[in-house]
Design a protein around this ligand. Structure first.
Ligand SMILES: C[S@@+](CC[C@H](N)C(=O)[O-])C[C@H]1O[C@@H](n2cnc3c(N)ncnc32)[C@H](O)[C@@H]1O
Length: 215
């Protein structure tokens, strides 16, 4: 069986307990790239389930190969946009830990709406994380780091908690490159408080995102 999860429905929550061999706590890495962190953690923690979400086909293919080579039974990978996945496809309060390492910073002002860490993403986190669950974040982009911290600081449903240190064999591909260049890396982590599950209304597509026949 392939580690890549087939997408049978774009609106029905994933049947997590059928997709994995156990009902263990679930950890998710968003934008898992070539899978270094994901596969190393899964190997070290066979008592947990891991899901990698990555939208680039070639990277998903590489992660799949690693999972096969290491014969890992507790990891699956989904080739889909992460915000959408959190919004529509994850069951309520189903995730213990979320990892986001070096999310695309979209540095141009007119692209900033594409960033992951927006208030609506925090709503989806609030709906999908277990109470007490955490999100671990690292980025080399100072301005985005400040913005991420401000976004969480403004949201009383989360409290700041200790950011993790990754062992050298767990550092992601980008982390390796940035550390070898001596770049500063910002790290932070937040824990979900006991708070009501927010209602996530159906998303509307802004007119400029509507598919065009001649696009
Ligand atoms: C800058 S790279 C970092 C990759 C990896 N986390 C690392 O540290 O080596 C960002 C990765 O996230 C993926 N990505 C960015 N935004 C995404 C999204 N909204 N949904 C899924 N994957 C996304 C990209 O395809 C890319 O592989």
């Amino acid at each position: 069986m392939s580690a890549i999860i087939p997408i049978n429905s774009l609106t029905t929550p994933l049947p997590l307990d059928e997709l994995f061999e156990s009902c263990a706590p679930l950890e998710i890495e968003i934008g898992c790239g070539k899978g270094r962190f994901l596969t190393t953690r899964a190997q070290k923690n066979p008592q947990l389930r891991y899901l990698g979400i990555e939208r680039m086909r070639a990277r998903v293919g590489r992660v799949e190969k690693k999972i096969k080579r290491l014969n890992l039974k507790n990891v699956r990978i989904l080739r889909l946009e992460a915000f959408y996945t959190f919004y529509y496809l994850l069951p309520v309060r189903s995730v213990r830990t979320v990892y986001v390492f070096f999310p695309d910073p979209w540095p141009k002002r007119h692209h900033r709406g594409r960033r992951l860490f927006e208030p609506l993403f925090l709503d989806t986190l609030c709906a999908r994380l277990e109470v007490g669950g955490t999100i671990q974040i690292a980025t080399d982009h100072a301005e985005y780091f400040t913005k991420i911290r401000e976004t969480f600081a403004a949201d009383t449903r989360f409290i700041e908690t200790e950011a993790m240190e990754r062992a050298p064999d767990e550092q992601t591909e980008f982390e390796h490159i940035f550390r070898s260049q001596g770049l500063a890396i910002g790290q932070c982590a937040y824990q979900l408080c006991d708070t009501p599950i927010p209602h996530l209304p159906p998303l509307t597509i802004p007119p400029e995102m509507e598919p065009r026949a001649n696009a």
